[in-house]
Design a protein around this ligand. Structure first.
Ligand SMILES: [Zn+2]
Length: 277
């Protein structure tokens, strides 16, 4: 416990948990264990918390994922309507974080948008694809665990999506980068159970890769993989359609997340409308 009350401008007021119940009023001190971080960031998720505040999930370049509350962000004036911070904005974040409690919400102290990703709203396919990237990044990275190459890849893919003729191909690229960065990329070059490089017909998310037809009988969780999809994922052939690789990688990602991403069905529906499935 600190030796006495600390009054620090901008610090968070907390109640002393050790206050005696005989004490007429809880002893209040001010926490000095706050740090301001400044970093490039992308908004992965947003929740309107009250009429003026938002809870935001940022993916920052050097500090990883940060959950933060933005107080007063939506407070407009008579002449200006404030909408707060939007999903998929790319900018510079300054946030006040509790150093000793990585799970606690940080507080947004400054947000400056550095790049407009307006191209993402060009078509529904682009927008859903971008939202899918945000969703899987938010669920498969840990708070405060930085992945700089992944952050850079996410920015590049979001820019690319703004003008991509086939958004799903960009999504597949990012699925693979994300899985590599978190150490969960499946094995496609051989059977995960016996090492055989031929007769690879099934995929098991639980086993983490392809299974040959000699080993598949003993596996409950598995799905069949077409030769074209496997060739595309192994780089043996230029992909004619990204739909097969997308569905398979999404199956693996859903296994890691414990549920299917919310945007999966929307992406599949759009792909079907483009007749690429
Ligand atoms: Zn095998």
């Amino acid at each position: 416990m600190p030796p006495g009350p600390h009054f620090v401008q901008g610090a968070t007021r907390i109640l002393d948990p050790h206050a005696s119940r005989h004490c007429p009023a809880p002893f209040i001190f001010y926490d000095t264990a706050m740090a301001i971080i400044r970093d490039a960031a992308i908004v992965l998720a947003r929740l309107d918390f009250s009429e003026t505040s938002q809870v935001l999930v940022f993916f920052t370049r050097e500090h990883g994922k940060i959950r933060a509350i933005g107080k007063g962000l939506k407070r407009g004036t008579k002449t200006r309507f404030a909408v707060g911070i939007d999903l998929l904005e790319h900018g510079r974040l300054a946030a006040s974080v509790r150093q000793e409690h990585s799970g606690a919400l940080a507080t947004v102290t400054e947000w400056v948008q550095t790049e407009s990703l307006a191209g993402l709203r060009r078509t529904l396919s682009c927008l859903y694809s971008a939202q899918y990237l945000a969703e899987i990044t938010a669920h498969l990275t840990e708070d405060g665990d930085p992945h700089m190459p992944l952050f850079d890849a996410l920015v590049e893919r979001l820019v690319e999506l703004g003008s991509a003729p086939q958004p799903l191909a960009v999504v597949v690229d990012y699925q693979r980068t994300l899985l590599e960065c978190i150490g969960s990329h499946p094995r496609f070059d051989g059977c995960v159970l016996c090492g055989r490089e031929t007769d690879l017909t099934y995929f098991s998310a639980h086993q983490g890769g392809m299974i040959c037809r000699h080993c598949e009988a003993g596996q409950v969780e598995k799905r069949e993989v077409s030769a074209a999809t496997l060739e595309s994922l192994r780089g043996d052939a230029s992909p004619t359609s990204p739909a097969g690789p997308f569905v398979l990688l999404d199956y693996h990602i859903a296994h890691l997340m414990g549920r299917q991403p919310l945007l999966t069905s929307k992406l599949i529906t759009r792909a079907q409308q483009r007749s690429v499935l």
